[in-house]
Design a binder for this molecule. Structure first.
Ligand code: ADP
Length: 510
């Protein structure tokens, strides 16, 4: 199917309507301006030597630049790569080497990281974005260069979004224009997204949750998004309650909802204009769902992955109370299956691995045929999530079979943290598990076995991790054992560790 340029279409349909409000700068972009700026960016990129399928990366806090880049890439067929600024330089180095962007746009807050990456990975061109001053980005747009449009189909790759991997290295999920489109349909229907939608967007735009729940679907529909540079619970409540703003939609992982509900302003904020409040990306504690429902907000729960655009399964607000704890039913243009170890469908109500297929699923990982082959059974994506279906077809995510936990909405793969722990010469064995954490949902616990005669205090272990890993991956606590529990083949039994340590912890939120 042919890809049509969304920003050009909306500029023709509703040129003066506001597409994006950048709350921190107070600047509004109309659809005409969004299209003009994306076109000028496309012209600049071609002048910088970017051709079809070339990668262009962005390392920035939330701002309209993400969308200008996305639509510029759609005009000339280049591929956008949003980078997670929470990662450390060695983590980013791996990603930048993997996808080889020729141009990197960077927020001056991350100048050091950008300059290191240029040296380490040989990025051709750096372009600075400064939210407070004239910058290289605006100078590039001011040149108003023309571009030669590319004719694209829905199978062309629009973005590469990196997700952590079980092997310890991130994998670049290829996101096609078709996946983006199907996500607008899949999420747009249950979330009732229309040209009248006004969404407050607080999740980081370098993650699928920020970009696609529901920002891209809102722009596709011709609605308005309000962007917050970084999430702040008090400021978010102010915007949600502001009659001038008329915010109708919000989406978050559980953490922002939790931070808002414990904020002193929560009880007095007028939430009556909020029609849709989506939550997903991690299991949402009932206490959060109930606190918001007591304030008249019935949250829509959703399950998704970067690889699934991300909309996969969603629970309608009407069923929210009756089916509390369920992720809902598969969205319109996707199919699911629950299978046993042999790949056979499990009997009614049984627990198995969730598989998913359809036009919302990634064609695979950039530059990583092995990871792609390992992730699919025919065209069914293996999610690594354990699920069951009730007799009405509602799906419950009951566990995770992939070795992963989620801290404040960020996925952490223990293998990556364990590799860093093994760099410590005193460590004989290391394992990381996720344990309940009141603030972040889950936090890492390191379990170490020392070499004979060696000791290492927790502060030293944590300090070493802080130097090498993004903060959200750094274990919050350290335990010591004489040996790790292992099965007959030598694999560490994480479940035994979880049974041992999780019982000692207070439940996440009760
Ligand atoms: P997202 O940004 O949607 O979280 P990721 O690719 O980062 O996408 O993470 C996907 C994983 O997050 C899923 O495989 C699953 O383990 C977890 N997840 C997402 N939504 C839910 C949910 N509603 N309940 C439980 N786990 C979830």
């Amino acid at each position: 199917m042919e890809y049509f340029d969304w920003s050009a279409k909306q500029a023709a349909n509703r040129p003066t309507s506001t597409a994006i409000s950048d709350l921190d700068s107070g600047r509004d972009l109309s659809y005409a301006e969004l299209d003009q700026r994306s076109s000028a960016l496309a012209g600049y990129l071609q002048s910088a030597g970017i051709t079809r399928s070339d990668r262009v990366a962005i390392l920035a806090r939330n701002s309209p630049h993400f969308f200008e880049l996305e639509f510029a890439c759609g005009k000339i067929g280049s591929i956008g790569v949003p980078l997670n600024w929470r990662l450390s330089v060695p983590e980013l180095e791996y990603i930048v080497n993997d996808c080889g962007p020729k141009v990197l746009f960077y927020d001056v807050r991350f100048s050091d990281q950008a300059k290191h990456l240029q040296t380490l990975c040989g990025v051709n061109t750096l372009v600075a974005i400064d939210f407070e001053a004239d910058d290289e980005y605006e100078a590039a747009l001011a040149r108003q260069l023309d571009y030669k449009p590319a004719k694209l189909t829905h199978d062309d790759v629009a973005l590469i979004m990196y997700t952590s991997g079980t092997t310890g290295h991130p994998k670049g999920a290829m996101i096609t224009h078709g996946m983006n489109f199907i996500n607008c349909v899949n999420l747009g229907i249950p979330a009732r997204i229309t040209p009248d939608t006004v969404q407050l967007v607080v999740l980081p735009l370098f993650h699928t949750g920020g970009l696609n729940c529901y920002a891209n679907p809102v722009l596709h529909a011709g609605g308005q998004i309000l962007l917050m540079r970084e999430f702040d619970p008090g400021a978010a409540l102010n915007i949600l309650g502001d009659p001038e703003r008329q915010v109708t939609h919000f989406f978050g992982v559980p953490a922002p909802y939790q931070f808002m509900m414990i904020h002193p302003q929560f009880a007095n904020t007028d939430l009556s204009r909020l029609q849709i409040a989506g939550v997903g990306g991690a299991p949402c504690a009932e206490a959060i769902l109930r606190a918001w429902s007591d304030r008249g907000v019935a949250m829509i729960q959703a399950w998704g992955m970067t690889e699934t655009s991300p909309g996969g399964i969603s629970l309608d607000a009407d069923d929210a109370a009756r089916k509390i704890g369920s992720a809902g039913k598969p969205l319109m243009h996707t199919q699911i299956r629950i299978v046993d170890d042999a790949g056979a469908p499990v009997a009614d109500g049984g627990v198995g691995e969730l598989l998913i297929r359809g036009p919302n699923i990634t064609p695979g990982y950039w530059n990583n045929a092995q990871a792609t082959a390992d992730s699919f059974i025919d065209d069914w994506l293996k999610t690594g999530d354990a699920a069951r279906m009730d007799d009405e077809g509602f799906i419950y995510i009951v566990d995770r079979w992939k070795d992963m936990y989620i801290s404040g909405g960020e996925n952490v793969y223990p293998a990556e943290v364990e590799d860093v722990l093994y760099q410590l010469p005193q460590v004989a064995e290391a394992a990381i598990i996720g344990v309940p954490d009141e603030r972040w949902g889950e936090a890492g616990k390191a379990i170490l076995v020392m070499k004979p005669g060696e000791t290492l205090d927790a502060d030293t272990v944590i300090g070493h991790c802080l130097q090498n890993l993004a903060k959200f991956k750094v274990p919050a606590s350290v335990e010591y054992l004489d040996a790790l529990p292992r099965n007959a083949t030598g694999k560490v039994l994480k479940r035994v560790l979880r049974d041992r340590y999780v019982a000692d912890n207070a439940p996440a939120i009760t």
